[in-house]
Design a protein around this ligand. Sequence first.
Ligand code: C2E
Ligand code: CA
Ligand code: CA
Ligand code: CA
Length: 277
Amino acid sequence: AKSAGRNTYKFFTAEMNLQVRERLELENLLRQAEARNELSVHYQPQVELAGGRLIGCEALLRWHAGERGNIPPDRFIPVAEDTGLIVPIGRWILKTACAQAQAWRQAGLGDLQVAVNASAVQLHHGDFVETVATVLAETGLPPDLLEIELTESTLMTDADSAAATLRALKVLGVGLAIDDFGTGYSSLAYLKRFQLDRLKIDRSFINDLPADKDDANITRTIVGIARNLGLSVLAEGVETPAQHQFLLEHGCDEGQGYLFSRPLPAGSMEALLRATG
Ligand code: C2E
Ligand code: CA
Ligand code: CA
Ligand code: CA
């Protein structure tokens, strides 16, 4: 038993070393990613569920790390957050997405709202509001065409300071959405405190619709909450016509997911805008 224990211990140390090294390597690569032009933004269409009309898009970061290929955001965003690299990278995303939306407007492709994710580290970094204001001024994008997506846990980390930041963002005129809704620990009292415009129902609740009765009830409840608070409500991860149908029947306004489109590189998004004119 003793030697087994020692082996297990060794095994875990080796595993941990590997993880630490991988993380360090990722961190070093990430530091250079922007300068090496390895970062790009993809855009995923958001549609009105009733008519299919395109109402906006979500900006999603992509990293092509040279020979290592594409590294998914779920792997590198946590590293970027832990190291603070998310602050400069987040600024770059914001600027890129706003400049893109403005370029599409000026090309006569319509006023498409662009939603940009912001993590807690960014929100609580002193100059977030200033960064947003500067990007809007520099790109010329009307503030109401930018939406910032925040998760419940981001809002709950230092809720007082988050509320103040959100108020300042509302003064600028940008839209505010709560992301992955239903997976965090926010209470309705808290929701009322933040001046939100939209709830995004987490895709884990949409996945097993319409068969899963619990998920069906949760989805109906979230749509009801949004209604009662006067917020628009968007379902994430809509993949099937049956999910689309269920959401329509239960009063969900908007959707996003593979059924409508995968996240697209800017060029393909532009082609879609031209095609749907
Ligand atoms: P998220 O904000 O919840 O973004 C939605 C994720 O769901 C995206 O994954 C998108 O590609 C994926 N998705 C969209 N429709 C479907 C669908 O129908 N089915 C399934 N299975 N998935 C769908 P992605 O791009 O890999 O991003 C993962 C997460 O990484 C995001 O989750 C977000 O938390 C984070 N992230 C991505 N880009 C950024 C960014 O620019 N800044 C920050 N702070 N976080 C980002
Ligand atoms: Ca999001
Ligand atoms: Ca989400
Ligand atoms: Ca389920």
